[in-house]
Design a binder for this molecule. Structure first.
Ligand SMILES: CC(C)(COP(=O)(O)OP(=O)(O)OC[C@H]1O[C@@H](n2cnc3c(N)ncnc32)[C@H](O)[C@@H]1OP(=O)(O)O)[C@@H](O)C(=O)NCCC(=O)NCCSC(=O)C[C@](C)(O)C(=O)O
Length: 355
C-alpha cells in the first residue's frame, strides 16, 4: 500500500499533481470588466488602532473621544490610511495575488464625512487599462478604478486608481528596451534651490508663512522628519493580512526567496502610511482630502527603516471648515540608505492656529 507521507513518495506526488491556483493573470483582465470582490470586512476600532499604532499615526482625534469631539466627530473614526489599506487589501485576491509589483496609485479620494467603526466595507473594481510592459515580457501592466463602499448604504468611502505589473501566463516578445532612457541633464548635477525653508510650526499659518518666505528667495519649503520605523514581522506580514491582503510578497518567505527581493516585502500602504505618520507628527492635521501620483520606487523589507521627507507645494484658504486651510504636500518615504521608496502628493486640511 502506498505510504503517502513517505518523503520520497510525497515529493513525487507533489511534483505530479496540479496546483489549484489563486489569483488572476494579465490575460484574465479586459478593459471594462467590473469585479465585485467577495471578501469584505467590518472596519473595527481594533483594526484601525493596530494599523495606526504600528505606523506611528497618533493623531488624538482617532484615539480619544474628547479630541474627536473637538474635530466635530461623534466618536474616534476609522483612520483614512487604514480605510485605504483595507479597501486595497480586499481587492488583492482578485487583482494582484498572482504577484507583480504595485507600481502606483492616483486620485485617492475620501468623502467629507468621517467613517465610523462598525461600518462594513464592500469593494468593487473596474479594469480601466491593460498594457504591455516593454521592459518585462513576463508581465503586463493593469490599472483598475476601485471603490470601497459602505455595504449598507452604498456610499463610496474611498476610491482610487491603482496600477500593478501582473504576471502573464505566456510571455510576449518585446524589444526589451524598457521606458525610453534620456541623457537630459545627466552631467548637470542635481537641480535644487539654494535655500530650504522649514515651517516654524505645524498650523496652516506656518505653512502659508513658509511658502511666502520661499517665494522671496530661490527656495523651497522642504524638510525631513526625525522619526524612522524599522520594518519587522508585524509591519511586513501582520498588517497586510489584517486587511485581507493575500499577496504572497508579504507573508510567504519560501516563494519570495526566489524573487528579485529575495525576501518578503512591506505592503506599499504600510510604507506610505508610516511616512505619512512621521509627517503628520509635525503638523496639525484636520482632515485628509486625497492623494495623487503615488509611486513605489523600490522594495522595503524586514530590517529596512522608513523615514519621511516633505515638500510643501501650496496652501489655500478654502477648506471645508473655517477651522482649517488646505495644504498640498509632496511626501517622499526613504530608507536607511537615503533611497526614495515611495512618493506621492497629498492634499490635507490643516488646522488654523487662530481657531
Ligand atoms: C517595479 C520596479 C521593479 C520597476 O523598476 P524599474 O527600474 O524597471 O522601473 P521602470 O522602468 O520605471 O518601470 C517598469 C515599467 O513599469 C511602468 N510603470 C512604472 N510605474 C508606473 C506607474 N505608476 N503607472 C504605470 N506604469 C508604471 C514603466 O512605465 C515601465 O514600463 P515598461 O516596462 O513598458 O518600460 C521598481 O520600481 C520597484 O521595485 N518598485 C517597488 C515596488 C513595491 O515594492 N511596491 C510595493 C510593495 S508590493 C505590494 O504592496 C503589493 C500589493 C499592494 O499587496 C499588491 O499589489 O497585491
Amino acid at each position: 500500500m502506498t505510504d503517502w507521507t513517505d518523503p520520497e513518495t510525497f515529493a513525487q506526488a507533489l511534483d505530479e499533481v496540479e496546483t489549484k491556483e489563486k489569483g488572476n493573470c494579465f490575460e484574465d483582465f479586459a478593459e471594462g470588466d467590473v469585479i465585485e470582490h467577495d471578501p469584505g470586512l467590518t472596519l473595527t476600532q481594533f483594526g484601525s488602532e493596530k494599523w495606526m499604532s504600528q505606523t506611528l499615526n497618533h493623531d488624538p482625534a482617532y484615539w480619544r473621544s474628547d479630541a474627536a469631539a473637538a474635530r466635530g466627530f461623534e466618536e474616534p473614526p476609522v483612520h483614512p490610511d487604514y480605510l485605504t489599506a483595507a479597501t486595497l487589501g480586499i481587492t488583492v485576491e482578485d487583482l494582484s495575488e498572482k504577484g507583480g509589483y504595485f507600481l502606483g496609485r492616483t486620485d485617492v479620494r475620501f468623502p467629507e464625512a468621517p467613517v465610523y467603526t462598525g461600518t462594513e466595507l464592500h469593494v468593487e473594481s473596474e479594469v480601466v487599462n491593460t498594457a504591455t510592459s516593454s521592459s518585462r515580457p513576463e508581465y503586463g501592466i493593469v490599472s483598475w478604478r476601485t471603490r470601497g463602499k459602505d455595504a449598507e448604504t452604498g456610499d463610496v468611502l474611498c476610491s482610487y486608481e491603482r496600477t500593478n505589473m501582473i504576471p502573464r501566463r505566456e510571455p510576449v516578445a518585446t524589444d526589451g528596451s524598457g521606458a525610453a532612457a534620456t541623457d537630459e541633464g545627466a552631467d548637470d548635477g542635481p537641480d535644487l534651490p539654494e535655500t530650504f525653508v522649514t515651517p516654524e510650526g505645524g498650523y496652516f499659518e506656518d505653512f502659508v508663512d513658509a511658502l511666502e518666505q520661499a517665494d522671496d528667495e530661490n527656495a523651497a519649503v522642504a524638510y525631513r522628519h526625525e522619526r524612522g520605523r524599522t520594518q519587522d514581522d508585524v509591519t511586513v506580514a501582520s498588517l497586510p493580512l489584517s486587511t485581507l491582503n493575500t499577496a504572497k510578497q508579504h507573508h510567504n518567505v519560501d516563494v519570495m526567496s526566489d524573487s528579485p527581493s529575495g525576501n518578503i516585502v512591506t505592503y506599499g500602504d504600510v510604507t506610505r502610511s508610516t511616512a505619512l505618520g512621521h509627517a503628520r507628527s509635525d503638523e496639525q492635521t484636520w482632515r485628509e482630502v486625497g492623494f495623487d501620483d503615488e509611486s513605489f520606487h523600490t522594495f522595503v523589507a524586514v530590517g529596512d527603516t522608513v523615514y519621511a521627507f516633505t515638500r510643501v507645494l501650496e496652501a489655500e484658504n478654502d477648506a471645508s471648515s473655517d477651522a482649517a486651510g488646505t495644504v498640498r504636500f509632496q511626501h517622499i518615504a526613504f530608507n536607511q540608505d537615503d533611497e526614495p521608496v515611495y512618493s506621492g502628493t497629498r492634499t490635507a486640511e490643516i488646522q488654523k492656529r487662530s481657531k
